[in-house]
Design a protein around this ligand. Structure first.
Ligand code: EPZ
Length: 415
């Protein structure tokens, strides 16, 4: 099993370009099911989640091929609605095929989605919204089966602004007969990126970036070309790594507008962050502990909670970090404790006391962002850190070790 081997890093210095967003490209790929014309996604990041989504789409009869740095997809030969490949259980985004399959074919059969074990991750809000649009569901042999004789527009209230449920309902509503209103929609930037692509394909959607989205269904959608937004979570991870090592790094392509909460917390902690046309520049220094609450966008993103925790392990003083989005997203804590971190967990709240030093150890990634947290901790720990199960990390970061190495970090990937 591949692993990262690393030593304590000098302050990170230099610049690196941010990848395109995993959580934007995955719903964009699902759009290929909605049309029989060609969809081109430029600069699609080379991630295992993207490869897994491509595998699922090919199983449905969608052509997916790499074209340079991008992807070319075509759903002209969409034949069956069954996405049963194991890939469906390796990631959460497979659930995003439900809406488009019901809209285009009127049927869907999907292995229950997998993804990071950071909570029970139900799909009740997806099902509730699609049912309101006329779909019927049953669960059989670990699969969710849906059927619909033509989806119709409906008014749906999301009890929680679920990113995936919002995206699934947008994908379904684009081809439904009539108008769909999604109240309580997620406002994450990746949802806005999906709306922009659907509009380019001919969808009629109002409310971009707001919590009330209105979709007027159209009979058919045409092909389009798009470039996903920069990955705000990869950018935030690198910002935190640079600040934690007291470095001075420019992240080309990083968008300050999508990282407001993270920038504010870094500045509160004592780092300097400036944005200009090129991207985001961060200068670290001695860091003070800060309190963090993860919230839906534009609040502090849950996907950066673990890397932030790792940074706070070495900040001066005590920090209180509360995870409001997922019920089991402190899997990094036992691993950080093996490196000498002082963290007490009470339910969804972690109390982190800054320590003089962390010490390298053999640790293992338990999920994507917990793995990133261990990399950040390894950058600041005395001695050698070996991180196992890095397949989790490679689901969401194109080449985290390579990016850090280009900024001076002594980190290697060992097969
Ligand atoms: C998306 O997951 C992202 N994944 C996650 O990123 C991210 O953490 C999450 O949004 C929140 O921002 C992708 O976009 C592929 P949710 P998603 O539905 O859609 C509950 C990463 O590290 N919920 O907004 O699954 C759910 O249990 C990944 O890149 C229901 O109860 O997130 C959770 O507690 C991890 N019922 C909360 O809502 C539902 O039907 C947020 O989930 C759906 C969700």
């Amino acid at each position: 099993m591949a692993e990262f081997v690393m030593e304590k890093s000098p302050p990170l210095r230099g610049e690196t370009r941010v990848q395109r967003a995993k959580n934007a490209v995955l719903p964009m790929m699902a759009c290929a099911v909605l049309t029989d014309e060609e969809l081109e996604i430029a600069e699609a990041p080379r991630l295992t989640d993207v490869e897994d989504m491509a595998t699922l789409l090919r199983g449905l009869g969608v052509r997916v091929e790499r074209a340079g740095n991008g992807l070319r997809l075509c759903g002209a030969d969409l034949k069956n609605g069954a996405a049963e490949d194991d890939a469906a259980e390796r990631m959460r985004a497979s659930v995003l095929l439900l809406g488009p399959l019901l809209a285009r074919l009127g049927r869907a059969r999907l292995r229950f989605p997998g993804g990071c074990a950071i909570g029970s991750r139900p799909i009740d809000l997806h099902i509730k919204g699609l049912r309101a649009m006329g779909a019927r569901f049953s669960v059989r042999e670990g699969c969710v089966e849906g059927a619909a004789e033509g989806l119709r527009g409906a008014s749906v209230y999301l009890d929680f602004p679920s990113v995936g449920a919002t995206e699934n309902l947008l994908l379904a509503a684009a081809l439904a007969r009539g108008t769909t209103v999604i109240e309580g929609a997620a406002k994450e930037p990746e949802v806005a990126d999906l709306v922009r692509l659907l509009r380019r394909m001919g969808a009629k959607i109002a409310g971009l970036g707001q919590s009330r989205l209105t979709v007027e269904g159209v009979p058919a959608l045409h092909g389009a070309r798009c470039t996903p937004m920069p990955d705000r979570i990869e950018a935030g991870t690198l910002l935190l790594c640079a600040a934690a090592t007291g470095g001075d790094v420019l992240l080309r392509g990083a968008q300050a507008a999508t990282l407001g909460a993270v920038i504010a917390k870094l500045q509160e902690s004592g780092a300097q962050v400036h944005s200009d046309r090129a991207g985001l520049r961060v200068r670290g220094g001695p860091l003070r502990g800060v309190d963090v609450e993860t919230l839906v966008y534009p609040g502090f993103p849950t996907d950066l909670q673990a890397p932030m925790m790792a940074l706070l392990c070495r900040a001066e003083g005590t920090s209180i970090l509360t995870e409001h989005i997922f019920e089991n997203r402190f899997l990094q804590v036992p691993q950080l404790r093996r490196m000498g971190a002082s963290i007490a967990v009470r339910g969804r709240t972690a109390v982190i006391r800054g320590v003089e030093a962390l010490h390298g150890a053999r640790v293992a990634a338990t999920d994507l962002r917990a793995g990133a947290a261990l990399v950040l901790a390894g950058l600041t720990a005395e001695g050698r850190t070996v991180i196992g199960d890095i397949a989790h990390i490679e689901r969401g970061y194109v080449d985290l070790a390579g990016a850090l190495r280009s900024l001076g970090a002594p980190i290697e990937r060992r097969a």
